[in-house]
Design a binder for this molecule. Structure first.
Ligand code: NPQ
Ligand code: MG
Length: 368
């Protein structure tokens, strides 16, 4: 394939309810969409970078800039294009995993649509549907949290993840266990603790959580290894895992016993599959995280989550968990599961009228 055009579009997507984490409260997503045109087909992708660099160092304006300024010209100069060539062309540029992931995903979508192959087929999906969990934000009170969890369980979600931070941890976890009994329950701290909180975090042990996700800073692998010696709850890393290489280091150091794979955070679906393979080889359970994607990003995540090593339930929620009107035909929960798309590429398309309505800007990128 040869690259003939790239369109960068920003869409404003209001959330059905505010989503609060240890790094802030969001009421809407400002999402960057990519439309890549080649001489043979068209591909779509969504860039997961958030508006502010608080989850990781990336942010959406920065992602758009680095894509337009450096990545697209490098791809245009590279000649014959496929998803693997994207990684090779962008390797000289440091970091910017979410920006790289978006471009690689759009090219992969174009390639697979041309070939009539779905993301699931390409990645090696082993299932037709995936079990779904839900991530529940920090709430203003325990009763409001219980109300939210009750609703998600009634919807059919098979696993609940509670966002925690200092001051919102033992009490909400105890309340959810007390009220809902033996459900699959885990927590995510988004790096809100330090290693000196080890004795406090060990107080979560009696609640039999599936895991505690990213308690410490992104770069603190040794701290996580130290913490693992003081808590019984398995430690899962999210922000720290930026590549198959950091995943291998984290496993060898004993910094985690479970890994959350977010394709955006690791530079794309090809690297995500390598991490999956590494985890399978090491007997480390993996699961697919989420970044409050629209249907475009969600489609590919669900395909990835269908790989055989994804043995834990992911944050692959239905469209209506986050959005009243999705950009694509909405993903719906059936019996706690979402069906893996089967059409070529992502298997879903943006709905033109919805897309028009939510678009806030459109940039046509110069190829050189
Ligand atoms: C996580 N995701 O696992 C992330 C964090 C995240 C589903 O918990 C807006 C506001 C977008 C908060 C994207 C989940 C976000 C956000 C991702 C938090 O750490
Ligand atoms: Mg997380």
């Amino acid at each position: 394939m040869k690259l003939t055009g790239v369109e960068l579009r920003r869409v404003a997507m209001p959330l059905v309810s505010p989503f609060r984490t240890s790094f802030g409260t969001q009421t809407a997503r400002d999402i960057l969409l990519l439309r890549v045109v080649t001489d043979e087909s068209v591909g779509w992708a969504e860039c997961s970078a958030l508006a502010d660099p608080r989850y990781s160092s990336e942010y959406v304006d920065g992602a758009q800039d680095v894509i337009a300024r450096f990545f697209v010209p490098a791809l245009a100069a590279a000649g014959d294009l496929d998803a693997y060539a994207v990684g090779r062309s962008l390797a000289p540029f440091r970091g910017h995993w979410m920006a790289k992931a978006a471009l690689e995903t759009a090219v992969l979508d174009a390639q697979l649509r041309r070939d009539g192959q779905s993301f699931g087929q390409f990645l090696g999906a082993a299932r037709e549907r995936v079990p779904c969990g839900v991530s529940v934000g920090i709430m203003d009170s325990v009763p409001l949290l219980l109300e939210a969890v009750d609703r998600y369980l009634a919807d059919g979600y098979l696993r609940i993840k509670l966002k925690i931070e200092p001051g919102w941890d033992l009490e909400p976890v105890a309340a959810v266990r007390d009220r809902f009994g033996d459900i699959e329950l885990q927590v995510d701290a988004n790096a809100a603790y330090s290693v000196s909180d080890a004795r406090h975090l060990a107080k979560l042990d009696p609640f039999d959580l599936l895991l505690i996700e990213q308690p410490l800073d992104e770069d603190d692998l040794l701290g996580h290894a130290e913490l693992a010696r003081h808590v019984r709850t398995p430690i899962c890393l999210d922000e720290s895992i930026t590549s198959a290489r950091t995943a291998e280091a984290a496993i060898r150091l004993g910094a985690c016993s479970i890994i959350n794979v977010k394709p955006a955070r690791v530079g794309g679906y090809l690297e995500a599959r390598r991490i999956h393979d590494l985890c399978v080889a090491n007997g480390v359970p993996v699961w697919c995280g989420g970044m409050l994607e629209s249907g475009l990003g969600r489609a590919a995540n669900i395909a990835l989550a269908a790989l055989p090593g994804f043995t834990l339930t992911g944050d692959t929620s239905a469209s209506d968990r986050y959005y009243a009107a999705d950009l694509t035909t909405p993903f719906v929960l059936e019996d706690g599961h979402i069906a893996v798309p089967t059409g070529p590429g992502l298997g879903v398309d943006p709905i033109p009228e919805v897309l028009d309505e939510v678009t806030t800007s459109l940039q046509t990128v110069a190829l050189r």
